[in-house]
Design a protein around this ligand. Structure first.
Ligand code: MCA
Ligand code: AMP
Length: 486
């Protein structure tokens, strides 16, 4: 029977996870996950329920998520930096039966008002029963759309297994690899690829709880006798490369990994060049979405392809379509179309949002990504942008302009607002808000920034606030965002 995490069923002593100074073998992780399953049983959680996990960067978080999966329970990972409005939305939408936080965590009242679980800290080595690769919902990942609050993306065991197996093949990923990363454990990149990917292939994950270029460099140095792979978003590569300019040790550390992999946003040609010049080696890009997991990637056997995210992964069907969703049959690297994909990794739908699911997923299983791209003769994809200016990628996080606008309109001083993404060397795009104040209100950009950081999440806060007498509108009264920030 196909099994989601074969190594966890073997009471194996291979190192599975290192987080800061703590580490667990596969058998210890399985033991902690079983402790969590026992806690779920004692509290009446049943297969098919959802359980929220306060995703602190520690071993207990991993145990809770694996324990949930073993119990047939879907994990709703919660960003520990989440603001109260967003937390309330996620709780109302996903209705978790319980919330989990590790002992000693400082959590909002919302978490303590639902029954809270705590993980075992000193696990007895054990083995998990096999987890069938089927359509059981395993993760509900909240991600922004162009309008409205974030939607819950339902990811099943089959989605996870299919995508990780495709990546395993493309990257020649094996149990000999140690993945190093510092991505939050709430999104596909850090959680599905970084944590679950490592566990599915039976390798190790060296997780760096707080990203700094130095902490990543140290993790790579610590793992120097192992075969390492570094996963990061472009903002991290940008900051690592800047720091490496003055740090020969960091440059040397960057030469060690078998693969440097960038994703979640495009890595600019300038950044590719910078890293190549500093270290003499390149970065392999891959491209995906929360809803589809990873669609394309430059294979490990191929040299890095700056500007290209590679061909579709094994098992991923990809087509380009025009504005009327008609297929474009060009392989000329010039004709631009929307990327549409079909694979076993495409999600099971948005939680409670059949309307939104129907808008992006057709009856034949094709998912419309909203990303615009060209395709070369050999099938390599070059991502050029997105159909909507209302989806912003900042630091690798997807943020909906509408969500920030709705938040800012709650502020008593704001009469009108338009939010756009402005090109930024570090973040890819930075969030800028153009604000029309109510009469008599005074300009306080810091207050507006903090308002968003507290109600939503700090990464959704505008970096620039521009006060303006009015917003540019067309004859229909629609705000012309293309005229803002240019
Ligand atoms: C500053 N801070 C504030 C304020 N100003 N907090 C509240 N109010 C303010 N006004 C704080 C921040 O909270 C943070 O504090 C600190 O200042 C620094 O903030 P910032 O510069 O915003 O960011 P950063 O902490 O330096 O983060 C950069 C980062 C991060 C590490 C690159 O953006 C990141 O982790 N990105 C990863 C996103 C990701 O995983 N995406 C995957 C999506 P403190 O330090 O105390 O917290 S999945 C996906 O895209 C698909 C599937 C794919 O293809 O992968
Ligand atoms: P998210 O749902 O947060 O997973 O964001 C998905 C979006 O990130 C995609 O629709 C793309 O716009 C963008 N993205 C991810 N990887 C890449 C990449 N390698 N190059 C360009 N854009 C990317």
């Amino acid at each position: 029977m196909p099994d989601l995490f074969p190594r966890l069923t073997r009471a194996d002593s291979r190192l599975a996870l290192i987080v800061a100074d703590e580490s667990w073998t596969y058998a210890e992780l399985a033991g902690a996950a079983l402790e969590h399953v026992a806690l779920l049983e004692r509290t009446g959680v049943e297969r098919g329920d959802r359980v929220a996990v306060w995703a602190q960067p520690n071993l207990s978080t991993a145990a809770a998520m694996i324990g949930n999966a073993a119990a047939g329970v879907a994990t709703v990972p919660l960003n520990p930096k989440l603001g109260l409005s967003e937390l309330r939305h996620i709780f109302n939408d996903s209705e978790p039966r319980l919330a989990f936080c590790a002992e000693g965590c400082d959590v909002p009242h919302e978490i303590t008002s639902v029954p809270s679980l705590h993980a075992a800290h000193a696990p007895n080595p054990a083995a998990l029963p096999p987890l069938a690769v089927d359509d059981t919902p395993t993760l509900i990942l909240y991600t922004s759309g162009t309008t409205g609050p974030p939607k819950g993306v339902v990811i099943t065991r089959r989605n996870i297994a299919a995508n990780l197996d495709a990546l395993t093949e493309a990257w020649e990923w094996t149990e000999r690899d140690t993945v190093v990363h510092s991505l939050p454990l709430i999104h596909a990149h850090g959680l599905v690829l970084g944590l679950l990917g490592s566990l599915r292939v039976g390798g190790a994950l060296h997780y760096v709880p707080r990203f700094t270029p130095a902490s990543i460099g140290q993790a790579l140095v610590d793992a120097r006798h192992e075969q390492t792979v570094l996963f990061a978003v472009p903002t991290m590569f940008h900051r690592i490369a800047e720091a490496a300019e003055h740090d020969s040790g960091l440059c040397e550390a960057l030469r060690q990994p078998r693969l440097l992999v960038s994703g979640s946003a495009g890595l600019s040609l300038r950044e590719h060049d910078h890293i190549q010049t500093l270290t003499g080696r390149g970065v392999h890009e891959r491209y995906g979405l929360t809803e589809t997991l990873i669609n394309c990637g430059v294979p490990a056997s191929h040299a890095p392809m700056p500007g290209y995210v590679g061909p579709p992964l094994p098992g991923v069907e990809l087509k380009l379509v025009d504005d009327r969703r008609r297929e474009i049959d060009a392989y000329d690297d010039q004709t631009i179309g929307e990327v549409v994909v079909r694979s076993a990794a495409v999600f099971a739908g948005y939680l409670n949002r059949d309307d939104a699911t129907a808008a992006v997923l057709d009856d034949e299983g094709w998912f419309y990504t909203g990303d615009l791209a060209t395709r070369t003769e050999s099938g390599a994809i070059r991502i050029l942008g997105r159909r909507s200016t209302d989806l912003i990628k900042t630091g690798g996080y997807r943020v909906g302009a509408g969500e920030i606008e709705a938040c800012l309109l709650e502020h008593p001083s704001v009469r009108e607002v338009a939010v756009v993404g402005i090109p930024d060397d570090d973040l890819g795009q930075r969030i800028a808000a153009f604000v029309v104040l109510r009469p008599g209100e005074h300009r306080d950009p810091a207050a507006l920034t903090s308002f968003v950081a507290e109600h939503l999440s700090p990464h959704k806060r505008p970096r620039d606030i521009h006060f303006t007498a009015e917003l540019p509108r067309n004859a229909m009264g629609k705000v012309q965002k293309k005229l803002l920030g240019s």
